[in-house]
Write a protein that binds this ligand. Structure first.
Ligand SMILES: [Zn+2]
Length: 66
């Protein structure tokens, strides 16, 4: 079985898109806004994650958990 990296550009795009959504599914979700955390900017508090934007928006209440 071979993998075609230079086939139809549309196929490549679809595959990339699929790979990205699979990757996204494995990312943790922000406890506050429900968005996937796509990089390492979120923080992990006990058993959930909070994204960078929500940390900024809720800094005072989040600090209570630390
Ligand atoms: Zn968030």
């Amino acid at each position: 079985m071979s993998v075609f990296r230079h086939g139809d550009p549309l196929d490549d795009f679809d595959r990339l898109d699929l790979e990205q959504s699979r990757w996204l599914e494995r990312r943790p979700k922000c406890k506050v806004c429900g968005e996937h955390i796509q990089d390492e900017t979120g923080i992990h508090i006990e058993d959930y994650w909070i994204c960078e934007q929500c940390i900024k928006d809720n800094r005072e209440s989040i600090e209570d958990y630390e």
